[in-house]
Design a protein around this ligand. Sequence first.
Ligand code: GLY
Length: 360
Amino acid sequence: MVSKVTNIHVTGEAASQITIGRGLFSAVPEALGELVKKVLIIHTGSGAKQATALREQLQEAGYQALLAEVPDAENAKRIEVAAFCWQILGQTDFTRSDAIIGLGGGAVTDLAGFVGGCWLRGVKVVLIPTSVLGMVDAAIGGKTGINSAEGKNLIGVFAAPSRVLCDFETLQTLPRNEILAGFAEVVKCGFIAEPEILEILERDVAVASNPNSAEFQRLVELAVDVKAQVVSADFRDSSQREILNYGHTLGHAIEHSERYQWRHGVAVAIGMVYAAELGRLAGNLSERVVDRHRSILESLELPLSYSAARWEGLLSIMQRDKKTRAGMLRFVVLDDIAKPRILAGADHTLLRFAYDEISR
Ligand code: GLY
């Protein structure tokens, strides 16, 4: 079992430190800094045991530590839930020198970041993601937000956490299919920027996807590093950050079409195979790299295809997506591994041909 601790930094406007390792609850006081006296730990019912343990530890260290239990998954990302958290902050006189801790999966860290980013126009936020997806994507980079009746993540603020603690101890009880779904974002980082990720997965996927292995830690470090570099260069999503959406244009449409009952990574896996086929048909990506998408994602037990009958519906969802500009669909495609580019306004016939390659 690995016990190494690594630190990766996001620089610039979103400056933050991401610590990766094991047994990191003991690092929370140092992450909070000297001025903080009071913390609100936002968590779900399934994370209640971990949250209670953390609260006790912080109380022993002299902090006033409060808990806010919120609903699981996307149900946490509602304005009523954010208001419940703000009510606790108001009733306990939270000041600018107090802090929020978000302990949970991507939905909890999105909510906690939003709650902290709005309270008093921004208080310190420390995130402890407890899923692979949270560690390599959601908790890093300060995209926070909640959903509304009109759509996902439509309400939010850019508010970077000051620290992110990726503690592999928190993954011990995570179901295997959750871990594998989170790997879609790791694979994404491999294709858009870091070929070593793909090589590690191809060497021995069982070892690489085991949270107790050194290979797992290396993969998380590499994926976090990719995200940290992109966010350091483009915190506000005005240019380079768009490459993190590789596989997400179709992936988001599939999630929508499945009424958000599918895991994000499962939809993104199909979306990446689609983006790879689009990159091939649009001219530059080799068949060998497209095949590599399929073989790596399949080795992680992720799906590679989707219903042929759903194309028209998916196209119309993609056209309504908030990332579509002036009615022109935008896809991140690859010219090669680590060579992403934007394909904007592609002909619908081409989009359909690429879909034929992944539909059943
Ligand atoms: N999850 C994509 C981003 O953070 O930009």
